[in-house]
Design a protein. Structure first.
Length: 94
């Protein structure tokens, strides 16, 4: 699970099988403790949503806060880039 704000949002599209699909970029910022020391963490991660999750995310806008639960997978068979595949998306206040 990762929370953050939408920093980029592609338009809703459909796969060749007719399934709604949406790509977005989630910006995350938090404080974490590592080896007993607090540190500031910032990252951006690509998120892919399919089906109901894609339709739900398509109603969001850049700047909206999201909590995304899912799994990491390679962007494509030959890629080393990771994408967070959303199983659950929840709109948040922040």
């Amino acid at each position: 699970m990762l929370s953050g704000q939408i920093v980029a949002l592609d338009p809703l599209r459909y796969t060749p099988a007719g399934i709604p699909a949406l790509n977005l970029t989630l910006g995350h910022r938090s404080r974490q403790v590592e080896a007993g020391m607090e540190r500031e963490v910032e990252c951006e991660i690509a998120v892919m949503a399919l089906g109901d999750q894609a339709q739900q995310a398509s109603r969001c806008k850049v700047g909206d806060g999201l909590k995304v639960q899912g799994f990491l997978a390679k962007k494509s068979r030959n890629s080393t880039h990771l994408v967070l595949h959303a199983n659950r998306i929840e709109l948040t206040d922040s």
